[in-house]
Ligand binder design. Structure first.
Ligand code: PAF
Length: 232
């Protein structure tokens, strides 16, 4: 557990649970992220202070929501820059949860994925994880059509984070509208004692919704992406 001038960094899921249990007399807000933070994340974190006494931000690029053909290995990340940005949020954060052992269950043999349809990078890595949360109807349309393992991976990792951090409230950006609705439904259907707050989209000056992957857009792609906002 490393201590910084604002908040502590916890990298071990068991230490995270111990911290959360020791704080049970306070309310806890969780903001799950995959890092490479932008102003959209920072406003979500600032908003979290309106909902709870303590704010935990998780930074974890989750292999179970990426198919092997997707961009797990090149997903943008800059942990030190994230820490600096978190220090600019009024009120700061209490914990940055940056786990190294989220899917580490001890000795496991690699899973034989041959012939299995729709596996994620996690299964390919042989972690031995095989339990999934699926929000069956909502995960099928829109993004789910082209990314068959995505929402299964998101719902599962968020369920794990809820079990470890035990938050009273968790905040999600409405930019990822389907994700927000799926998490909300999971919480209702599985009786997680967590209030889900959806937060408004934060846009750049040209109207593009802020997203970590925007750094990859060429000027022409960015212009094309703006048509989404215009058509809305
Ligand atoms: O929206 C994201 O950044 C991710 O899908 C989430 C919710 C942190 C789960 O990995």
């Amino acid at each position: 557990m490393a201590r910084r001038s604002q908040g502590i960094i916890i990298t071990d899921k068991y230490q995270m649970r111990t911290w959360a249990r020791s704080m049970r007399h306070n309310s806890i807000a969780l903001v799950p992220t995959m890092g490479f933070l932008h102003d959209g994340h920072l406003s979500l974190i600032q908003e979290a202070h309106n909902h709870a006494q303590l704010v935990v931000v998780s930074i974890y690029v989750n292999p179970s929501q990426f198919a092997p053909s997707e961009d797990l290995s090149t997903y943008p990340s800059d942990f030190d820059a994230d820490i600096r940005k978190l220090m600019t949020v009024p009120g700061g954060v209490d914990v940055i949860f940056h786990p190294h052992n989220l899917y580490d269950y001890g000795v496991e043999s690699a899973m034989d994925c041959a012939g299995m349809a729709n596996v994620s990078c996690l299964e390919e890595s042989g972690s031995g994880h095989e339990t999934w949360v699926r929000v069956e109807r909502l995960e099928k349309g829109m993004c789910g059509r082209s990314r068959p393992v995505f929402f299964r991976g998101v719902a599962t990792v968020v369920a794990k984070l809820f079990n470890i951090v035990d938050p009273d409230v968790a905040l999600f950006g409405k930019k990822d509208y389907q994700q927000w609705r799926i998490i909300d439904r999971m919480v209702r259907d599985l009786d997680f004692p967590v209030k889900i707050v959806g937060f408004e989209i934060v846009r750049d000056a040209d109207g593009l919704a802020m997203s970590s992957r925007n750094v990859r857009l060429s000027p022409i792609e960015r212009q094309k992406a703006l048509s989404i906002n215009r058509s809305l």
